[in-house]
Design a protein around this ligand. Structure first.
Ligand code: AHG
Ligand code: MN
Ligand code: MN
Length: 337
C-alpha cells in the first residue's frame, strides 16, 4: 500500500542515512532536480496560455528542431544545478559539448556529473501530450578538484549512481533509482509537494503491450518484423495491444505499470536507431533493470555498452523480461538465417 504521507524530501533524507559514507551530495542533487522539475512543470502546464509552444528556429546538435520548451527546460535544470554548485559537470542532449561547472577545479570538491534529456518527447508539447525529463548521475573518474573531462561522461551505464525521470502527464511524477529499487512520487500541484505514490515499482515479467513506431515497419530488419508479427498473431495470450505515445518516458512509464515492451530498433534508415545512449537509453535501462525488467540493443545489455561519443545513438528495446527475451530470440534467429 502506498504511503502517500511521505514526501520526496523526507524520502531523500531517509535514504541518505542508508548510504554509509554518504556526504549528502547525492541528496542535494536529488533536491535540485525536484526543484527544477517543479519549475518546468509549472511552465509545461501553462503551454497554450503563454508563448512557449513551437520551435525556436534553431537546430540542435542532433539535427533536430529545438522547441521553446526544450530550451527552457534545459536552462532551468542547468541553472538550478550550477547555481548550487552541487555537480562538477553537466552534459545535455541540447548542448553540443559538456559543461564544466565553475569552481569545480578549485572552490568546491563535487564528485558527480549529471547527464540529461531536459525535455523528452518535445514534439508532443504542441498537442498537449505527455512529455518528460530524463537524468543520470555518475561519479567522476578524473581527480576531484581538476576540470571535468569527456571521460567522466563516457562511462558505461553500469557505473550510474542514480537515474530517473519526471513525467509531465495527467499528473506529474518523479520516478528514480539509486540502485535499490525504483520509487515513484506524484506532485500535489496545490502545495507543490511530491508524495510517495508508487513505492517499489516493478515490471511484471510478462505483459500485453508492445510499443513501436510501426510507421517505420518497411525499414525494420527481419527479426523485428517477425517479432511484430508474433505480437499480432492469435495464439496463447496474443494478440498483444499496440500503444505508442511517442514520448519515451511516457511509453516506458505506462509499460512499467501495465507490463509491456518498448522498441526503437535500428532500421535501414538509421542503423543506430534514434535514441541517445547517454541521455535516454542508459538512465531508462537502469530504471527498467532496477524494476526487474530488461534493456538491450537487441544483442547486448544496454548498461554494458561502452560509450564513445556524447551524443551517440543506439537501438533500444526494454520492458517486461520475458517479452524482451522473446524479441532478442527473433533478432538472433533472423541474423542466423
Ligand atoms: P526528444 O524529444 O528528446 O528528441 O526525444 C524524442 C524521442 C523519444 O521520446 C520518442 O520515444 C521518440 O523520439 C519518438 O520518435 P518517433 O517520432 O521517430 O517515433
Ligand atoms: Mn528524448
Ligand atoms: Mn529532448
Amino acid at each position: 500500500m502506498a504511503d502517500r504521507s511521505r514526501t520526496l524530501g523526507e524520502f531523500i533524507i531517509e535514504k541518505q542515512e542508508e548510504f554509509k559514507y554518504s556526504s549528502g551530495e547525492l541528496s542535494r542533487i536529488m533536491n535540485a532536480i525536484r526543484l527544477a522539475a517543479k519549475v518546468v512543470n509549472y511552465k509545461v502546464n501553462k503551454a497554450g496560455l503563454v508563448d512557449i509552444t513551437g520551435a525556436v528556429g534553431q537546430i540542435n546538435i542532433q539535427g533536430e528542431d529545438q522547441q521553446k520548451l526544450d530550451v527552457y527546460a534545459n536552462d532551468v535544470f542547468i541553472k538550478t544545478l550550477t547555481n548550487r554548485e552541487i555537480v562538477c559537470g553537466i552534459a545535455s542532449e541540447e548542448n553540443d559539448d559538456f559543461i564544466t561547472v565553475p569552481g569545480c577545479d578549485n572552490s568546491h570538491s563535487n564528485k558527480y556529473v549529471l547527464l540529461m534529456d531536459p525535455l523528452d518527447g518535445s514534439s508532443n508539447i504542441d498537442v498537449n501530450v505527455s512529455v518528460g525529463t530524463i537524468f543520470s548521475v555518475y561519479k567522476r573518474i578524473s581527480p576531484i578538484g581538476s576540470p571535468v573531462t569527456k571521460e567522466d561522461f563516457l562511462q558505461p551505464g553500469t557505473a550510474q549512481v542514480a537515474a530517473g525521470y519526471v513525467i509531465y502527464g495527467t499528473s506529474t511524477m518523479l520516478v528514480y533509482t539509486t540502485g535499490h529499487g525504483v520509487n515513484g512520487f506524484t506532485l500535489n500541484p496545490a502545495i507543490g509537494t511530491f508524495y510517495l505514490s508508487h513505492p517499489n515499482m516493478t515490471f511484471a515479467p510478462d505483459g500485453k503491450i508492445y510499443s513501436i513506431n510501426e510507421g517505420n515497419y518497411i525499414h525494420f530488419h527481419p527479426g523485428i518484423k517477425n517479432y511484430i508479427k508474433y505480437c499480432q498473431s492469435e495464439e496463447g495470450d496474443r494478440p498483444y495491444t499496440s500503444r505508442y505515445i511517442g514520448s519515451l518516458v511516457a511509453d516506458v512509464h505506462r509499460n512499467m505499470i501495465k507490463g509491456g515492451i518498448y522498441m526503437y530498433p535500428k532500421s535501414s534508415k538509421s542503423e543506430k536507431g534514434k535514441l541517445r545512449l547517454l541521455y535516454e537509453c542508459n538512465p531508462m535501462a537502469f530504471i527498467v533493470e532496477q524494476a526487474g525488467g530488461k534493456a538491450t540493443d537487441g544483442v547486448t545489455r544496454i548498461l554494458q555498452l561502452k560509450p564513445e561519443e556524447l551524443h551517440e545513438r543506439v537501438p533500444f528495446i526494454c520492458g517486461s523480461k520475458n517479452m524482451v527475451e522473446k524479441a532478442e530470440e527473433f533478432i538472433a534467429a533472423a541474423q542466423n538465417m
